[in-house]
Each structure stands twice: as C-alpha cells, then as structure tokens.
Write a protein that binds this ligand. Sequence first.
Ligand SMILES: *Cc1c(COP(=O)(O)O)cnc(C)c1O
Length: 387
Amino acid sequence: MNDSFLPFALPDIGEEEIAEVVHALRSGWVTTGPKTRQFESEFAEWLGGQVEAISVNSATAGLHLALEALGIGAGDEVITTPYTFTASAEVIRYMGADPVFVDIDPRTLNLDPARIEAAITPRTRAILPVHFAGLACDMDAILAIARRHGLRVVEDAAHALPTRFRGQLVGQLASDVTVFSFYATKTMTTGEGGMVVCKDPAVAKRCRVMRLHGINRDAFDRYTSKTPAWYYEVVAPGFKYNLTDIASAIGIHQLRKANRFHARREAMALRYNAELSGLPIELPPRAEREGDLHAWHLYVLRLQQGAPIGRDAFIQAMADRGIGCSVHFIPLHLHPYWRDTYRLQAEDFPQAYAAYRGAVSLPLYTKMTDADQSRVIQAVRDILAPV
Ligand SMILES: *Cc1c(COP(=O)(O)O)cnc(C)c1O
C-alpha cells in the first residue's frame, strides 16, 4: 500500500453515524428538529453542564452570532491573532468592526497576552483568541486583561475539542462565548457545523433567535407546541444558520467518540514527538501548564533555518512520496484583503510571519494506521536527514 496517496486529513465516520443519518432521513424530519435538540443537550452535558449549547451550520456562523449577540458594531475594534483562518477575523468585518491583530507567542503560536494591552484603544470592545492546533491560550491572562478594560471575550475553539486550560474544558471558561467547529477536518465532524456555547441566558437567547431569521420560535417548536403552528414573530433581521437533523445525527455519535478520538490523536502526536527528535525541526508546542490538555487537532512542526530544504520544497518532497501535508496558517496579514484593507506588511507581525515560513502540518487523524504514521515518519527523516 506504500504507493497509495495518504491524504492530509480524513473524517472518521462509523456505522453508528450512518444508521442515525438513515433514521433521520426515514423519520421525515431532516432539518432542525429532535436530533438537533438531542445533540445540543448532549453537547452541553459533555462539557459538564451549566452551559447552553446552540448548534449552527458552521463555526463561522457561530462566531458571527456571538459578536452580534454581544453588540459588536461599526467602528468597534476586536483584538485577535493573525495566525489563524480567515473566519476568525471576517466575522468581525461582518459586524462593520475592525480586527486589530496582535502577534503570537512563538513558543505556543497563540495570541501573546503580553502584547494585548498595547493594542487596546478607546474603540476596543472584545478579544477573540484562537486555541491554535488545540493548545489553550493563556486564558487567565486574557480574561484578566478583558476584566481590567471592560472587554468581551469570544473564544474561537474550532481546534479545541477537547482542550483543557488548567483542568477546565474549553467551553467552561469565564469567557462570554465559545465556538466549536465540526468542519470535515476538525477533531469531530458533522460535515459542516458548529456549536456556540455560553452561560449568559440573554446571549444564548439572542443567538438562538438570530440563528433562524430573527424568529422567536423555531420550526420544531412551532410544530410541537400548543400555540398555533402557523404563528410566529420576526423580531430582528436574523440569519439562516441552523444545523440540520441530518448533520446532528452524525454529531451525536461523533461526540460519543470524541474522547476515544482524542486518545488516538494524542498517542500519535507523542509518537511523532519521539520519532522526529534530532532533526532540524522545532516540534509542536506542548501543553505545559498543570491541568492543560492539548486537543491535537493539528501537528505543526517548524523547519529550522539550518534545515537542508525549504518549507515549500519539503511539502513537495512529501507529496512526491505520496503524503499530503498542509500549512497552518498563511497569516491573515499576508492575504491581499487583510494586507490592503489595513495596510499591513509581513514584518508587522514578525512572530507569525516567522512561524509561517517554517510551518508544516503533518497528517494526524484517527483513520491513519500505525503503518501510515511510520511511512510519514520515514519520509520526514529521509528528506531532512538523508543518509
Ligand atoms: C475551521 C476554522 C474556523 C471555521 O470553522 P467552520 O466550521 O468551517 O466555519 C474558524 N476558525 C478556525 C481557527 C478554524 O480553523
């Protein structure tokens, strides 16, 4: 099988998911309904309760709803990292607000709390940290800054299931809203999907209403409650961000497997760490704080300056050996839209730029076999330490 192509990522969908989807299809209820209700309540329970879980059709939609519910608007500023996917910042633009990028800590690749206060202005309303690759940001520092300056905190937890910060699951921290992604490549998937998690009932209510056209009751409620099914009220110009029961059917079973998936990802990450040592690369940052848990959504190594081959050539050499790699991330300030809109230069965020130039994401997913991983390790060693 050594000549077959090993993709960079693959979802892990089992017979349970397939049977549940078939059940949804046969039930006649294909859009938001009983399976979505069940998925939301099991998700909140999985986080340990005391939170509301609001399913959405993407994390991007969820981040948009979060900012809307918190009242972020035109002229406001939201501090975030340039070392992320564009969704983290585009949602700020949806609200007419401006992202203010703050460079990363090169040790963790996460937003560097030591640089945040210098970026705060009278227009700053919120901080939007991203738990890069599944390693928690320093949330104590970020939440302390937010409290000191009266700012909201929205966590982009697209990589962070399950991630722990000082013993607590991301989703249970003292931020305002946390948003998870169930995109195809994430640690659990519904094809497309996401979950908004928050503790404030008013914020949760606003997210629920805006998720479905600004209507104050959803279709399932309309067809199951005693008030006439035809009656509803539009209270705001909302969005179409609801998750279908077909997707939730997948999510119910993916969530039940999340801890098992994590154990496998963690074991694979540790094996990479052990078997890739001694090469001209920097291994991914690890969870160092007491009680932290790394979700290992991504395994990102960085080629060192003295490596015998550049990053782009390395990825090509891996592809030549039939192995898919990727880059996380092309920092936002290098993309034309962000660069030109905010007149940014590569060196404005030197840590993000430097990380990007060496970054390679290796395949890391539960469908990979030990033999697949051996093949990746052998290829990396062949390319970087030719005998
Ligand atoms: C994947 C991703 C998102 C967007 O998730 P979707 O569910 O695809 O909308 C947001 N932020 C980060 C950091 C991501 O990696």
